[in-house]
Ligand binder design. Structure first.
Ligand SMILES: CC(C)(COP(=O)(O)OP(=O)(O)OC[C@H]1O[C@@H](n2cnc3c(N)ncnc32)[C@H](O)[C@@H]1OP(=O)(O)O)[C@@H](O)C(=O)NCCC(=O)NCCS
Length: 178
């Protein structure tokens, strides 16, 4: 997707991921605390490279590195899709959002800033509705979203089997273009 890269607020920068980001992504994505709520996990350099290559090859996907002081500290991205319709072909896109921040840099507002930058750019690019799914117990992620104006639209109770064998409540939050 064409967005006015890089996106930055002066402290946090979001730019498209590159093959060379694979080691930096691996460094945190292999950590258990980064895998608990993520579908596609990364445990090897090869898997990290494949993730980047796959996402760059998909025209509707976005995968970005999040940088602070020139260092990759996380990733953010997602996929645009056509909204459902009862008949007429929608001429707009919606977008599924996801992100991870290296726990060594957690709690410094980095995910919140990156989300704000990307969501604003997506709406400017014509995206109508940005949707994020987060498990109810992932309080930090839900806070990132609500701080950025996302609203909780619903919670599917005990809908997804977690990695540790517990059934998790799955929340849907969304941010609509003005
Ligand atoms: C969720 C995640 C991206 C947050 O990244 P981050 O850069 O630490 O987030 P921020 O610092 O911008 O904001 C975190 C907010 O959650 C709050 N928070 C963090 N842990 C919390 C907890 N256990 N309970 C309550 N609030 C919590 C912080 O206080 C902060 O809110 P505040 O600014 O109002 O104080 C990061 O923890 C992560 O990568 N987790 C693993 C991957 C993941 O779950 N991704 C999202 C999938 S939906």
């Amino acid at each position: 997707m064409e967005l006015p890269w890089p996106l930055t607020d002066g402290r946090v920068t979001v730019r498209p991921a590159e093959e060379a980001d694979a080691p930096a992504f691996l460094a945190y994505k292999r950590r258990p605390e980064c895998q608990a709520y993520i579908t596609r996990t990364v445990d090897t350099l090869e898997q990290s490279r494949s993730l980047i290559a796959d996402r760059l090859a998909e025209p509707d996907s976005v995968l970005c590195a999040v940088l602070v002081d020139g260092q990759v500290v996380g990733d953010i991205g997602g996929r645009r899709y056509r909204p459902e319709s009862l008949g007429p072909e929608p001429d707009v896109h919606d977008f599924y959002l996801g992100y991870t921040v290296n726990p060594d840099h957690g709690g410094r507002g980095i995910a919140s800033a990156a989300t704000g930058l990307l969501v604003t750019a997506l709406h400017h690019a014509g995206i109508r509705r940005v949707v994020a799914k987060a498990f109810a117990e992932n309080v930090a992620s839900i806070r990132v979203l609500t701080k950025n104006g996302f609203r909780l639209e619903g919670t599917e109770r005990l809908a997804v089997l977690g990695r540790d064998g517990r059934w998790l409540d799955d929340c849907t939050l969304a941010h609509l273009a003005e």
